[in-house]
Design a protein around this ligand. Structure first.
Ligand code: FCB
Length: 450
């Protein structure tokens, strides 16, 4: 097959295939079976936080309809399913007593996947911190990392006999920067650089959880970071400095500690992290893979002198963009550039990469009678799978590719306005209708195994 960018879209045989979702985005049933409140319940219940005032319900309602999800995954032929576990279903108060009915849901999901030969590959934390822990300081305080280790112990004891592959934390950057620094995501704090402790405590939580999972016989454990390829808007020294700072904050602040045991030099930003003795060894506990979520490159210009942060994101010239607007440009070559640069920078310290999320939203109707012909999404996915293939050809070790998302779902502060699914979901009725991209991905997977 040749993709819309004119490259072969069938990558080397041996790459594993997956599709992803996250608990709060698909499960619904926010008040069911003893589930506690998370920061996302508080966020969606606060007027003005979600653009369309939706609350993630009904949406795909996977708490009820998970068997349909498993059938869709089986139809695709994926090797694995990336879903996330809701902390507040399993441990409603974020500390203390587990909730057996919450655990039973994940038992059913895991068993259903294994029955059809799909490897369950859960994420322990996809942004839904228990509200009780946020009230005590959330990720700004160290205790939350300890609480995460305790929650991990509960989950591993319950599922570790059948689940051997684990993502610890999804995109700590999004929680720290969008959640605590600028307030676009839960918990909606606006602390700017004072949000940085949330970086350290999430990474510490990742390291502590890795140890717990290994004690429970895990085969593969890793974090999944959001990465971008940063370019200066112009050759000016000011833009180049700004782009360098942005790269430090977006990419290296999260990759360096996990892969090298050191944070990058943050002195240019005049900030410090609450590191205690031994923390960096815990954070750099060897991982079996390095998870990379990649959506788009980022073009950065210097901010005006009186701005609160020294950089500003500007549109990337000369490329199309997704339904999320001009700050989500489509540029698959940027993924190859990121992957090859990561392999160069981290060398032997970089374990095999798993692409944990990649995908795009485009404007699509809320209700459909027939499969949507989502050729923009097919072109996006084909281009990025081609970009992964290019990186492999250049020697980067990549084991797995994951589409975000299996289903249209609740896109956080954007509510139901952004559709990323291979499968259309009517968010009123929860009806699932595979799109053309679903058939395309299924064919690609089948062809890659020939
Ligand atoms: C990622 C999130 C995921 C989804 C996609 C579009 O940053 O991890 O939950 O919202 O973006």
């Amino acid at each position: 097959m040749v993709d819309a960018f004119g490259r072969p879209s069938t990558p080397p045989a041996g790459l594993r295939w997956s599709a992803a979702t996250a608990a709060f985005q698909i499960e619904g049933a926010r008040h069911g079976d003893g589930r506690g409140r998370s920061i996302w319940d508080d966020f969606v219940d606060t007027p003005g936080q979600v653009v369309d005032a939706t609350t993630a319900e009904p949406g795909p309602a996977s708490y009820e309809h998970f068997a349909e999800d498993i059938a869709l995954l089986q139809g695709l032929g994926v090797d694995r399913y990336r879903f996330s576990i809701s902390w507040v279903r399993v441990q409603p108060d974020g500390r203390g007593k587990p909730e057996p009915r919450g655990i039973a849901y994940y038992d059913r999901l895991v068993d259903g996947l294994l029955e059809v030969g799909i490897t369950p590959f859960p994420t322990l934390y996809h942004w839904d911190l228990p509200a009780t822990l946020e009230a005590d300081g959330g990720w700004l305080v160290r205790d939350t990392a300890e609480r995460f280790a305790e929650y991990t112990e509960i989950v591993a004891a319950a599922l570790g006999d059948r689940v051997k592959h684990w993502y610890t934390i999804n995109e700590p950057i999004s929680t720290a920067l969008q959640g605590y620094a600028i307030g676009e995501l839960a918990p909606g704090r606006q602390l700017l650089f004072d949000a940085l402790p949330a970086v350290h405590h999430q990474l510490l939580a990742h390291g502590l959880a890795t140890g717990v999972l290994r004690q429970h016989g895990a085969d593969a454990v890793g974090i999944v970071n959001n990465h971008t390829w940063v370019r200066p808007a112009t050759d000016s020294e000011a833009d180049q400095t700004a782009a360098h700072l942005y790269d430090l904050i977006h990419n290296r602040l999260f990759a360096d500690p996990v892969l090298t045991g050191n944070y990058p030099d943050l002195r240019p930003l005049g900030v410090d992290l609450p590191i205690q003795d031994g923390d960096m060894d815990i954070i750099a506990t060897a991982s079996d893979f390095y998870g990379v979520n990649f959506y788009n490159p980022t073009t950065i210009a210097a901010a005006p002198a009186d701005a609160p942060v020294p950089f500003v994101q500007v549109p990337t010239p000369g490329v199309a963009h997704t339904g999320f607007g001009e700050l989500w440009p489509i540029d698959p070559a940027a993924l190859t550039a990121f992957l090859t640069e990561a392999a160069r920078r981290y060398g032997d310290r970089l374990p095999p990469i798993i692409i944990g999320e990649n995908g795009a939203s485009f404007p699509e109707p809320d209700a459909v009678d027939a499969p949507i012909r989502d050729s923009d999404r097919v072109a996006y996915l084909a281009g990025h799978i081609g970009a992964v293939a290019d990186a492999i050809t250049q020697g980067v070790r990549i084991e797995e590719y994951t589409v975000w998302s299996l289903l249209d779902n609740f896109e956080w502060a954007d509510g139901f306005t952004q559709r990323f699914g291979l499968v259309h979901v009517d968010h009123e009725t929860s009806k699932r209708t595979p799109k053309r991209s679903y058939d395309w991905y299924r064919t690609l997977i089948a062809e890659s195994r020939r």
